[in-house]
Design a protein around this ligand. Structure first.
Ligand code: AMP
Length: 376
């Protein structure tokens, strides 16, 4: 029994063929430059996916596929559990597009193409916002005109929910503790980055908001800024809404400050003495520390802090610097443990550290596949 997991973005299509029961990946990969050259559209991208699978000797008919799982970024307030896709759901995901203009439209394209090419399988949407659907109102609401907020559905929705839930459950399992007994902070640091605070198994805050732009500094996204900057750029610098959106989404973050969005490149620049790259790194780490402190206060008692995703799993320096000097707050990183590589869940705090710090590899595809398997 396998599940095909599809994550359809505007210019890429990620896929994985997963055995949910064992966690085994029969295949996974990415089709890039969708919309360019030979991969003219999402149709071509999915065809290329099937070709790639066939080239690896994996033929759709022999895979034992029981479902296709689609990652959908924005589920609004309405969709908070894996949902069987029908025409009405596709329409509703489309209707949520203004809330996630960069993410929901390509997801819809991916869903439509996959439903057409694999009409006999159930297609299931797994929403990135789902885990956070029940945030306490105090964390969910922005302090803006309430009527406007309600009229336009302006709320903190949160994203990367599949990862935050998967990682926090893995953390509990690793520690041999009941999920509902732990207070956790999860730091998902990939190309996009977000933090969450989870109290006794329920999320109580997260750093992304109405859109995946708020919060931590990211590869190309700004994270938190003074909203006044937007009006200032519009009014004074003569930038259009589209210009500003592109700047904040694609030309900001560590790329905007330091000239590289990939942390491996940023590291190389820093090591070569590049002061802009160093500043980008410092701003990134400063923001991260601020969120850790804020979420410790939100939680009152923190048991576990977990690092995950590309940067969180791999960059020794970010983990060290984000939590350096926090022994008075109960966080003591063990340098040697932090520097040791591993693809497994591992502890990087000292045995005496009151707060346990973990590195937990995320696996959104597996989580999506498992959610689908549970449904069918
Ligand atoms: P993700 O969104 O989780 O796939 O993370 C992608 C990002 O992780 C890349 O853009 C890099 O910034 C970062 N990354 C991946 N591998 C490494 C590594 N070995 N060291 C540092 N950063 C890495």
């Amino acid at each position: 029994m396998t599940v095909l997991v599809i994550n359809s973005g505007s210019s890429s299509l990620k896929y994985a063929v997963v055995k949910p029961a064992t966690g085994e990946f029969l295949a996974d990969g990415i089709i890039e430059q969708v919309g360019e050259g030979p991969i003219a559209d999402h149709d071509a991208a999915l065809t290329a996916t099937f070709d790639k699978l066939a080239a690896e000797g994996l033929h759709l008919d022999d895979l034992g596929l029981v479902a296709v799982g689609h990652r959908v970024v924005h589920g609004g307030k309405k969709f908070y559990r894996p949902t069987l896709i029908d025409d009405a759901l596709v329409e509703e995901i489309e209707e949520l597009s203004p809330l996630a203009p960069l993410h929901n439209p390509p997801a819809v394209l991916g869903i439509e193409v996959a439903r057409r090419m694999l009409p006999d399988l159930p297609h299931i949407a797994v929403f990135d916002t789902a885990f956070f659907h029940n945030l306490p109102l105090a964390a969910e609401m922005y302090a803006i005109d309430r009527k406007l907020a309600d009229r336009w559905r302006i709320r903190r929705y949160g994203f990367h929910g599949t990862s935050h839930e998967y990682v926090s459950r893995q953390a509990a399992e690793f520690l041999g503790r009941r999920y509902g007994s732990l207070n956790q902070i999860v730091l998902h640091l990939g190309n996009g980055a977000s933090a969450s605070a989870i109290a006794n198994g329920s999320p109580v805050d997260t750093s992304m908001g109405l859109t995946p732009m708020e919060g931590l500094v990211m590869g190309t996204r700004s994270g938190d800024i003074d909203p006044g900057i937007i009006m200032y750029l519009w009014r004074t610098a003569g930038m259009s809404v589209e210009d500003i959106e592109t700047m904040l989404n694609r030309n900001s973050g560590v790329l905007g400050l330091g000239g590289a969005n990939d942390f491996r490149d940023l590291r190389r620049l820093i090591e070569s003495g590049d002061s802009a790259a160093q500043l980008a790194y410092d701003v990134y780490v400063h923001r991260l520390r601020k969120y850790v402190g804020a979420y410790m206060a939100v939680l009152g008692r923190t048991d576990v802090i977990s690092f995950t995703a590309g940067v969180g799993e791999n960059d020794i320096g970010v983990r060290r610097d984000a939590l350096a000097g926090l022994a008075p707050l109960g966080i003591e990183i063990d340098e040697a443990r932090n520097a040791g590589p591993s693809r497994e869940v591992r502890c990087i705090s000292t045995p005496e550290s009151p707060i346990t710090v973990l590195v937990v590899p995320t696996n959104e595809e597996l989580a999506i596949a498992q959610a689908c398997a549970e449904m069918v």
